[in-house]
Write a protein that binds this ligand. Structure first.
Ligand code: 3HC
Ligand code: NAI
Length: 643
């Protein structure tokens, strides 16, 4: 049953039970609608506690319904009906009260939350605005400033902060139901506060709104919902309640039907499906308690930090004592950075460091359940490492390589028990980037593969399975993207015009600016290695720049020039002179045409990856691009954007 009513004396306890997350589908809306009427008519009931079964309070509207026209009873009316009920309702919140779930809670006269709970309005992350008075009731509860932050960021807040902001009335621990009933009973002994819709709101001046608009527009990079949400909040602050609700609803319905919302819904479901792929259903992952990382450089330190964040003790093995110290220093720098940004306290950073032991002694690998190798990108070095791991580790320890381009089959050659071997391709910085490409070799067991996915989930990463080819999914598309960008330059499109067009499309950086930041030499070295191995790799424009010493920002110039201490790209005469012979004049392209060319090339490469079986699903490719390469989320990824 979706909704159940129990009694605790004069208090009715309404329990919503609509797994998995108590989403407000039509059936639940109708059930709650009917319950309000029934309890209003019941003379024995003096107050109502609204509580949920399962892992969370109501997590919002049912997103699966967003593709079709809304059916009555509509959520705004349901929220109004709860607020207008003859008996006061008390929302008892555990897990998350999100979107429509929090809107229902705001229709209640009181909100009581477990200390572990959070509340929020994440609608903008789905390309919409709250559609059941979230932008109108929130400023009446917590003030305009807090409402703007909550609604335009979409980020939920924890119960403690929600209490400080006035979003909830009490934070409790222990038995939520009992605490909420006690709260309701106590509330009946005092005059009731006005319903949220009747509370006053103080409108800031026009200047304040202008500042907010500027800040949000800067972050949104083409995303519509945050700015439309800000408009709703302004109407909510300046106009009567009913008018503001009508404006919000119209905006919600408009955006609900938009391409951006469709793109963001696509990713919402793709992300959840990625974590638990159907082909691994029923396969038990191996328990992972102790982890080790080989190599404490850029990637090894980032991977170790990610493992520590997930609470795992980490053994870090380096090639000599000095390198081990450097590895620890790299980790320390990561946690110190988190302290500077306010993400960790100094004590938490120390606790993270205390869980790492670094050294050169392989005997410490004997009880590791998982070892991730992140040493130099060199087949011989990696093979030697795995030969050592075969001797030092348990025969059932999972052994993973973080190689970017090498063939994992060659790395695993000669390894005893190769069923435990797998590629786990993290992205830099590994403790930040959400993407994890999981690359099995033919010998990899299903259990090892399932363990890779379980590891990703425990690290909060988005796992995508990739087959073996040069660059797997992401770097192969990146190569094609860069080649297409160079092709445009060869046909006369200015370097800066390509970058500007991709920024306008929604990337934080264009392809040339990004190479200058990361260094042109990495891909160059790899091309040179392929050439040395006898492969036919045509000369790129990037090769010409690297040969002239222009490796990017670190050498003061690459595609662009950089003034010392300034990261602003300046068009470069030196680059123009170096490339002059390779550039033929061509037609001027609009920003849209440039973006269409480059994203179209990405989608074409994606189709090839699907045809070759390297990628399993087109939505996996979208996840790789969005989470690993900065593809604008609201475009849904190159495959989605290509239609
Ligand atoms: N509608 C439909 N299905 C939903 C859903 C929703 N709002 N939220 C989650 N689900 C589904 C997921 O797709 C997943 O399905 P699956 O098992 O078939 O893959 C299942 O519920 C479990 O979801 P998670 O794996 O995300 O579960 P977690 O326990 O990790 O997280 C959660 C729980 C924090 C509640 C998380 O699910 C979440 O953030 N959900 C989205 C909340 C949201 O965006 N709400 C706003 C909706 S828009 C709205 O309310 C408009 C209103 O203003 C009118
Ligand atoms: P790095 O050069 O920063 O670090 C490599 C570390 O491995 C060094 O600290 C070195 O001392 C150590 N090392 C070398 N040989 C060793 C051995 N035999 N035993 C123990 N430690 C040894 O390199 P980075 O960038 O961290 O790359 C590591 C791996 O990750 C490479 O395979 C690379 O292709 C891959 N990768 C790199 C990404 C990046 O953006 N830097 C992204 C994804 C993967």
């Amino acid at each position: 049953m979706t909704v159940r009513i129990d009694r605790d004396g004069e208090i009715a306890v309404v329990t919503v039970d609509n797994p998995p997350v108590n989403a407000l589908g039509q059936v639940l809306r109708q059930a709650l609608w009917d319950v309000v009427g029934a309890l209003d008519r019941d003379a024995c009931v003096r107050a109502v506690v609204l509580i949920c079964a399962g892992r969370t309070f109501i997590a919002g509207a049912d997103v699966t319904e967003f593709g079709s026209p809304p059916l009555p009873p509509h959520l705004p009316e349901l929220v109004d009906r709860i607020e207008a009920a003859a008996k006061p309702w008390v929302a008892a919140i555990h897990g998350s009260a999100l979107g429509g779930g929090f809107e229902v809670a705001m229709g209640c006269r009181f909100r009581v939350a477990l200390e572990s709970a959070s509340v929020g309005l994440p609608e903008v992350t789905l390309g919409i605005v709250p559609g059941a008075s979230g932008t109108v009731r929130t400023p009446r509860l917590a003030g305009v400033e807090a409402a703007v932050e909550l609604v335009t960021s979409g980020r939920p807040v924890k119960a403690g902060k929600a209490l400080a902001l006035g979003l909830v009335d009490a934070v409790v621990s222990g038995n939520l139901r009992a605490e909420a009933v006690t709260f309701a009973r106590a509330a009946l002994t005092r005059p009731l506060p006005p319903p949220v819709s009747a509370r006053p709101v103080t409108a800031p001046g026009a200047d304040w709104w202008d500042i907010q608009r500027q800040a949000i527009a800067g972050r949104a990079r083409g995303e519509l919902a945050p700015l439309r949400a800000l408009d709703c909040l302004r109407v909510a602050a300046e106009r009567p309640f009913a008018e503001a609700v009508a404006h919000e609803r119209a905006t919600f319905l408009d955006l609900r039907a938009s391409d951006q919302a469709a793109a963001l819904r696509h990713l919402f479901f793709a992300e959840r499906a990625a974590a638990r792929p159907a082909h691994l259903a029923g396969i038990e992952p191996r328990p992972l308690r102790k982890a080790a990382v080989i190599g404490g450089g850029t990637m090894g330190a980032g991977i170790a930090a990610a493992l520590r964040e997930a609470g795992r003790p980490v053994v870090l093995i380096e090639r000599d004592a000095e390198a081990a110290e450097r590895g620890l220093g790299n980790l320390r720098a990561i946690f110190d950075g988190a302290v500077r940004r306010g993400r960790l306290t100094a004590a938490q950073a120390q606790e993270r460091m205390d869980g790492v032991t670094a050294g050169i002694d392989d005997s410490r690998l004997a009880d590791a359940d998982l070892v991730i190798e992140a040493v130099f990108e060199d087949l011989a070095v990696k093979r030697e490492v795995f030969a050592r791991l075969a001797r030092a580790c348990r025969a059932d320890a999972i052994l993973a390589t973080n190689t970017s381009y090498l063939d994992p089959r060659q790395i695993a050659e000669g390894l005893p028990e190769p069923g435990r071997f797998i590629g786990l391709h993290f992205f830099s910085p590994a403790h930040v980037m959400k993407l994890l490409e999981i690359v099995p070799i033919p010998a990899t067991s299903a259990e090892t593969l399932a363990t890779g996915f379980a590891l990703a989930r425990s690290l909060g990463k988005i796992p995508v399975q990739a087959g073996i080819c040069e660059g797997f999914i992401g770097n192969r598309i990146l190569k094609r993207y860069r080649a297409e960008a160079e092709a445009l330059v060869r046909r006369g499109t200015p370097i800066a015009a390509v970058d500007a067009a991709m920024r306008r499309y929604g990337f934080a950086m264009g392809p040339f600016e990004a190479q200058d930041l990361g260094g042109l030499d990495i891909a160059f070295v790899q091309r040179e290695a392929a050439r040395a191995a006898g492969k036919d790799v045509p000369e790129t424009l990037g090769d010409i720049l690297v040969r002239a010493g222009r490796k990017g920002q670190k050498t003061g110039g690459g595609w662009y020039d950089y003034a010392p201490g300034d990261r602003t790209p300046q068009p470069s005469e030196a680059t123009a002179a170096l490339l002059a012979g390779r550039i033929a004049p061509g037609p001027a392209l609009t920003d849209d045409a440039i973006a269409a060319r480059l994203t179209g090339a990405m989608a074409d490469e994606g189709k090839a990856l699907l045809a070759e079986g390297i990628a399993r699903k087109s939505s996996d490719i979208d996840l790789v691009e969005v989470h690993g390469y900065g593809f604008p989320r609201w475009r849904g990824g190159p495959m989605f954007a290509a239609g």
